[in-house]
Design a protein around this ligand. Structure first.
Ligand SMILES: [Ca+2]
Ligand SMILES: [Ca+2]
Ligand SMILES: [Ca+2]
Length: 622
């Protein structure tokens, strides 16, 4: 009897629970669809949607249209996210579609769109000069989006926006840069963080804490502003590079309240930044794990790209931005803190749709071995070829700063460049003059205007793709972050001091010289002379042979080269000083002694000379 009663009781309980579940089942609701649209005929022919909402328990998803086929539906444990594949027929027409989601609590429609696929974007090459803009700090072109703007606080919003960049494309054009890299435009939180530390209050003006990977920051403008910016820039010969951040999001991202999966983020652990463990075959798994999965700090939750759903989400997101905006390149933030297999899959997916697309990874290491390890084109000891076209050359950046602020001899430049063979493709390395994470040149110890000029000229004359940082062309100062992110000014000649105008003209003329000379853009490098004060090197292409001579010392120097070592044989006596230190102009027609086997140069203190030898008879015939 006892057993019978207990069984009946249990049965009633189960029945009541089932009834309760049915009665209490929440009706499904959709809050966010990612991606909200895709393309027919895209290399990703089956896109995986992630839908955020509620009431997705036991969801089934149905396509109302035969052009879209649904498969692999997956609901997370709290029924707040549903993942599903959508296979898009190549002939699917552009337009609005929807899916029907049926769950325990009812049905709901999921909106989706097939968009027309835009033409393939241009890519960034050695022919380009990149100019890095921090959007919030460049120009305020639209006061209506200014919220919590406080220009007196370097950690608050300053009002700069996409309209401000559009309005000043003429300035970029005048300078001669052919690509702009904008700091991230993903929507970040508008909330101001308060605390009792010196760095508060602070805001997410920098863009590195996304709360919506598919949204444009409201302080910067709208998707329409962004596409207008890309179109106008392109029409002026200026390409646009997006700053993407796949490693982490901001702590106010909705995923922090409710993650799509339990392993969407890595568990919080402070990253110890043992970066060299990523390079070494002998590193302990614990060190590598911490470096890949540790968080920068509590405010930047680290995504786990080893979870295939995370990797697929990030890859689709990268492709979505290219497809939506027509950008010409991606700078990927903190790329080394993600698994190399993920980097490989990410670059491969982008290149399938956009062959030769420019992607530059931030491997912030002043170590050529480590940065070279991440460039694609070579299979590493781990069996991975990242396929990454470009990495920043942080070792050369630092060394150039040190040489031109008097801390290292001129030959230190060559002592970095001697490792060029480590890079699978040295010409595609991106050579930064500076960026938004480091002190501005003019705030370094030992900085002078002459040193700043030489640093810029060297970045533009050496191999790779040069990248300048806004404001350094007008001698902007600023030490550690955020002082190095001051508001851009001096757009007009009338607002500049004589020194600022000199630096602007110098930068503009070196860019123009680079644009005019193929060897300076893509020639190979040949060392001619390197010692305490002087570094002389050639850039040689099929078309021409250029000689650059840097005197980094504060004394005049004279050098004498055999004609053979600088390839000045059999081409008459004529050579052309491409740029003069003082004027930046080109005083043509200087003639060394034709009878001599030597060519001599008198070098002014802290000077850089660029020379092109040409056949006099050819020149006279012009
Ligand atoms: Ca604004
Ligand atoms: Ca925002
Ligand atoms: Ca990571």
């Amino acid at each position: 009897m006892m057993a019978m009663t207990a069984m009946k009781y249990a049965q009633s309980l189960i029945w009541l629970m089932m009834l309760g579940a049915a009665v209490l089942a929440q009706p499904p609701a959709v809050e966010k669809v990612e991606p909200p649209n895709w393309w027919a005929g895209h290399s990703v022919g089956t896109v995986r949607l992630l839908v955020r909402g509620k009431g997705f328990r036991n969801a089934a998803v149905r396509s109302a249209n035969p052009e879209l086929t649904v498969a692999n539906v997956r609901v997370n444990g709290t029924a707040t996210y549903v993942f599903f594949d959508v296979r898009i027929a190549p002939a699917a027409r552009a337009g609005k579609y929807q899916f029907e989601l049926a769950a325990d609590g009812g049905t709901v429609q999921i909106p989706f769109e097939i968009s027309p696929l835009a033409k393939a974007p241009q890519t960034v090459t050695n022919d380009d000069v990149i100019y890095l803009i921090m959007t919030d700090r460049f120009a305020d072109g639209d006061a209506s989006n200014n919220k919590n703007v406080d220009r007196s606080n370097p950690r608050m919003w300053h009002g700069g926006d996409l309209r401000g960049v559009i309005n000043n494309l003429g300035y970029v054009k005048e300078l001669g840069a052919t690509a702009i890299w904008l700091t991230p435009w993903y929507d970040n939180s508008d909330e101001v963080t308060t605390c009792d530390k010196p760095w508060c209050p602070m805001a997410s003006y920098h863009g590195y804490g996304a709360i919506d990977y598919y949204g444009v920051e409201n302080h910067f403008g709208t998707m329409a502003d962004l596409t207008e910016l890309v179109q106008k820039a392109n029409s002026m010969g200026i390409k646009v590079i997006q700053d993407q951040v796949a490693n982490h999001v901001g702590f106010r991202h909705p995923w922090m309240k409710q993650a799509p999966l339990g392993n969407w983020f890595t568990p919080f652990a402070q990253n110890k930044f043992n970066n060299s463990s990523l390079l070494s075959p002998n590193a302990s798994p614990a060190d590598v794990g911490n470096t890949l999965k540790g968080w920068f700090d509590f405010s930047l939750p680290d995504l786990d790209q080893e979870e295939p759903e995370v990797a697929r989400y990030e890859i689709q997101n990268a492709l979505w931005w290219i497809g939506m905006t027509g950008i010409s390149g991606i700078r990927q933030d903190t790329i080394q803190y993600m698994p190399r297999k993920f980097i490989r899959d990410w670059t491969a997916a982008i290149n399938r749709q956009y062959p030769d697309f420019y992607m530059v990874g931030e491997v912030f290491e002043e170590d050529s071995v480590q940065t070279a390890f991440f460039q694609g084109g070579k299979t590493g000891w781990d069996g991975v070829d990242t396929g990454l076209p470009s990495v920043f050359d942080f070792k050369l950046w630092r060394t150039s700063q040190e040489v031109f602020t008097g801390k290292k001899p001129a030959r230190a430049l060559r002592d970095v460049l001697k490792y060029d063979g480590l890079y699978p493709e040295i010409s595609r390395v991106t050579v930064l003059a500076n960026n938004h994470d480091t002190d501005r040149f003019m705030s370094l110890g030992g900085a002078t205007k002459e040193g700043a000029k030489l640093h810029t000229a060297f970045v533009l004359a050496t191999r790779g793709i040069p990248q300048l940082y806004y404001g350094e062309e007008v001698l902007m100062t600023g030490g550690h972050d955020p002082a190095n992110r001051g508001d851009m000014a001096k757009f007009d000649r009338s607002s500049r001091t004589a020194d600022e105008q000199e630096m602007f003209d110098w930068t503009r003329r070196w860019i123009a010289t680079r644009r005019q000379h193929p060897a300076m853009r893509s020639g190979r490098t040949i060392d001619v002379l390197y010692n305490e004060s002087i570094y002389a090197f050639r850039r040689v292409s099929a078309a021409e042979d250029l000689l650059f001579i840097i005197n980094s010392s504060d004394r005049p120097q004279s050098v004498s080269f055999d004609r053979t070592e600088i390839n000045a044989v059999n081409i008459g006596c004529y050579f052309d000083i491409l740029i003069d230190l003082k004027t930046g102009m080109s005083p043509v027609g200087r003639c060394p002694d034709a009878a001599s086997s030597k060519v001599e140069f008198s070098l002014e203190p802290r000077s850089m000379t660029a020379v092109k030898f040409e056949n006099l008879s050819v020149l006279r015939a012009k």
